[in-house]
Design a protein around this ligand. Structure first.
Ligand code: PRT
Ligand code: MG
Length: 213
């Protein structure tokens, strides 16, 4: 049995065409079912639904053989015990610093001010500001980062941006792009050794589907 960990929403939806390229279809709609283990048209392949931030944990410890996770989640978690064989080029966005439109970020950095930064990505944010030599107090949040500068909780946020509409709707502006993000296929190292042939079939099918223009 091969177990693939996915999160509901954009990762699930954007992974479906890649699975189809491997000849695999999920036979139950995750939005209509309460099941956390979904069967597929291949009796030896199943999908488990986990929180986006739990995908690396499942793959690292062998709760799943493979998983699809954002590079943001993967880097924040660390990639111990996993191979990252493929950039799937799906769920694309960027990790950026944003502030209130009326906050002079460039000047605060120039003055050497200590910035209060709210984010779900404390490890990535710490590394980014340390490399710039900017002192920060990091405030860990689990969601709705955009609210932090508006309420005075923080001077800046580190969050994902795709269209920029969420920032705009909250009078925030992007002041630095930290990195481009896309979803990655991650693979449990032991599983790849033990179930080499069926795992390679899926990895290779994903790779050729990604390579299509
Ligand atoms: O929602 P939940 O708390 O369960 O988990 P999650 O938010 O981690 O999952 P999900 O499905 O929202 O995101 C899964 C992965 O999709 C992320 O880890 C990213 O790699 C990727 N991705 C791509 C995004 C976005 N684009 C994105 N736009 N994840 C989140 N967003 C959010 C962003 O945080 C911000 O709130 O969308 C908002 C900005 O979007 P725009 O279009 O208004 O700029
Ligand atoms: Mg979300």
């Amino acid at each position: 049995m091969i177990t693939l960990a996915l999160s509901k929403g954009r990762i699930f939806e954007e992974t479906m065409p890649l699975l189809a390229a491997a000849g695999i279809e999920v036979t139950e709609d995750p939005d209509k079912s309460r099941k956390l283990i979904l069967p597929t048209t291949r009796p030896d392949v199943r999908v488990v639904l986990v929180r986006a931030s739990d995908v690396p944990t499942y793959v690292q410890y062998g709760g799943a053989d493979l998983g699809v996770t954002g590079l943001d989640v993967l880097l924040e978690h660390g990639n111990q015990g996993m191979y990252q064989p493929l950039d799937l080029k799906i769920a694309a966005c960027r990790l950026s610093v944003a502030v209130r439109a009326d906050y002079d970020y460039a000047n605060a950095v120039k003055q050497g001010a200590r910035l209060k930064v709210a984010t779900k990505y404390v490890n990535l944010a710490r590394e980014f500001f340390a490399a710039k030599g900017v002192h920060v107090d990091l405030i860990k949040l689990y969601g709705s980062m955009e609210l932090a500068p508006l309420t005075g909780l923080a001077d800046a946020i580190v969050d994902l941006v795709s269209t920029g509409n969420t920032l705009k709707a909250n009078q925030l502006v992007e002041v630095e792009r930290i990195m481009d993000i896309s979803a990655r296929l991650v693979v449990n190292q032991a599983a790849l050794k033990l179930k080499r042939a069926p795992m390679r079939h899926i990895i290779d099918a994903f790779a050729s589907a990604v390579a299509q223009p």
